[in-house]
Design a protein around this ligand. Structure first.
Ligand SMILES: [Zn+2]
Length: 380
């Protein structure tokens, strides 16, 4: 812990949570993730912060010893369904010790992966990879485009209902829509109750094609509003998920080295600059030149296909499996460097402590003993 001149002000757990979640918005987390405050009271004072990748017993020891009021961890302690936190279970014991010692726990996981700067930016910085963009850009606020066919006389009623449900907002503008009139046709079946036309008769109607955007999270509400307001028993509509252009947040980063180097040299450099208890392993031609590099902190094999489409020379990540790695190389994919899970995420710890120091002036510590479960390494 390093004392800070601003530390006279009482800083609460809630202050720390707010700073971390402004930098790493929970809305950026993947849908399966569990980020946020795991235990702790937002109103309590946080005397210091301990940042780590995994919450282990040793991390709890260090947090208590340092008097840190809050642990900020990358991996959620509780991610999958939990039915007990009894103190004689591994996770329960950690939670008990945290609560008894008045130590809060905050997880910033895939939200910290996608945010900018985030986990992969810290890794890219460490490797000297510049001018990065995400491997998988993520819409900050994903949008749907709704296209609804409405009889001309009912356009206002349907549009207003959809606006009221939150559709039609673009930046600082609301009630935005676009429409053009065309001809719709249908023939009502025996059991239908058509608002216009008769059963068994081909009917032509002047209909407007009304278009507007809506946040993807509003999909159920907009659909309900549309159905309630539309005069037809079976309204015709389309919903398109809009592509995210130019988003600078998302998983992984891709950029370039200041100077090209061989895969052999780049691998050696990665081993030098990353704390890699297991060492670094690489796949590909050792003499091939590496100029462009993709990186993804943590387990990155789910991005292998995307990375292959980016035409980069090398992909640095961890937890690569034999077959996906081998198959990717065989179809012309980039050289691969597996630097270990902990080592590729650890650089983020310094990023989050620097952030908290700058914003709150709170004493911070990075737990820098590797929490990689594999502690024994042997080679010929
Ligand atoms: Zn991870």
């Amino acid at each position: 812990m390093q004392p800070s001149p601003q530390s006279e002000r009482v800083i609460t757990v809630g202050d720390v949570v707010d700073v971390v979640e402004r930098a790493y918005p929970p809305a950026l987390a993947e849908s399966w993730d569990a980020v946020g405050l795991v235990c702790g009271d937002r109103e309590e004072q946080a005397r210091g912060v301990l940042a780590c990748v995994d919450v282990t017993e040793a991390v709890v020891d260090a947090a208590i010893e340092a008097g840190a009021g809050i642990v900020v961890a990358h991996h959620p302690l509780l991610l999958r369904g939990v039915t007990t936190l009894a103190a004689d279970t591994a996770k329960g014991r950690i939670v008990h010790r945290l609560i008894r010692s008045g130590t809060a726990l905050l997880a910033a996981h895939t939200n910290a992966d996608s945010a900018r700067p985030g986990v992969s930016d810290a890794l890219a910085d460490r490797l000297g990879v510049f001018d990065t963009v995400p491997i998988a850009p993520k819409p900050v606020d994903p949008l749907d485009k709704w296209v609804v066919m409405v009889p001309e006389g009912n356009v206002e009623q349907v549009s207003e209902a959809m606006f009221a449900a939150g559709a039609g907002t673009i930046g600082d503008y609301r009630d935005c829509s676009w429409s053009v009139v065309g001809t719709g046709q249908f023939e009502a079946g025996e059991s239908a109750s058509p608002a216009i036309g008769e059963i068994g008769m081909r009917t032509h109607v002047d209909e407007a094609r009304v278009e507007m955007v809506a946040g993807r999270g509003l999909r159920a509400a907009v659909l309900r509003a549309l159905r309630n307001a539309h005069p037809y028993e079976e309204p015709a509509f389309d919903v398109f998920e809009l592509a995210a252009f130019g988003s600078d947040v998302g998983l992984g980063r891709v950029g370039a080295l200041a100077e090209p180097m061989t895969l052999r040299d780049f691998t050696a450099m990665a081993a030098r600059v990353l704390r890699t208890p297991a060492g670094v392993r690489a796949a590909g031609d050792p003499d091939a030149l590496v100029r462009t590099v993709a990186v993804c902190g943590g387990a990155g094999d789910s991005l292998l296909d995307r990375v292959r489409g980016l035409d980069v020379d090398c992909y640095v990540t961890s937890d690569l499996r034999h077959h996906p790695a081998d198959e990717s190389l065989r179809v012309g994919g980039p050289a691969l460097i597996d630097a270990g899970h902990w080592a590729t995420e650890f650089p983020w710890c310094a990023q989050v402590t620097a952030l908290l120091d700058a914003e709150l002036g709170i004493p911070t510590t990075v737990f820098d003993e590797p929490t990689d479960p594999f502690v024994l390494h042997s080679s010929l």
